[in-house]
Design a protein around this ligand. Sequence first.
Ligand SMILES: [Zn+2]
Length: 270
Amino acid sequence: MPRVLKFRLLIIIVCIVVIILCINALPYIQADIIGPESRSGEDVKPSPSNGPGNGKEPDETQGPVATQKPEESKLPDINDIAVLVNKTHELPSDFEPMNLVQPDVRFVSGAVNRLMREEAADALEQLFTGAEEAGFRLYALSGYRKYSYQKQLFELNVERYGSIEVANMYSAKPGQSEHQTGLAMDITSESVDFDLVEEFGDMPEGKWLAANAHKYGFIIRFPKGKEHITGYAYEPWHVRFLGVDLATKVYNSGLTYEEYLGVVPGTGND
Ligand SMILES: [Zn+2]
């Protein structure tokens, strides 16, 4: 075999070996190129699988918090004007509101509980002025009541209605009355003989009050048809101060204050 041919054959063999090596190495080269993408693909995979896992954890931690918040931690403090007081949210027997003053409004003669928290008293004065300008004469009857007074009142109502259950539809047990907050006032008019009766809601004064109280920061706290939620009979005379912003939101929602706060007692009205 000539030397030149041997050399060419050697080159061909070397080329074939190189080609074979290259072909074998190709997957590794490709892996290096595609690798980062597939890795990132793998990174995505654990995330979705972590996702539900992570999703569950926040769900488990946030879930109960989210459902408890409206009922527990989110509820306003007892000194807050937004405080919720009802049959399941009581005030301590020694709770007395701050800054009690007598609003400068017309009272039914003989009214003994005339005080309100200052911000509520100021708003009540504006409410009465607004009613006056609309041609209605409102009379205030009962504002802040001490725990001890509410206790006596409830006992009298139990005698009057014959049972605790019936009395509790019309009168709050001590500690469960909004009157102890200094943020509520019972309002009446001459057209209903200065009494606290459902008919007040059908009178022009009562209708004006229901339609306008929120503009001054008050809501009709125990609306008609919501007895199963508030736990109390319809009381068109009982207004509760919440401040203009909150009262307007509650009024526009068409909800009771319990529903608005997401705290509906359910069957807890017994
Ligand atoms: Zn009242």
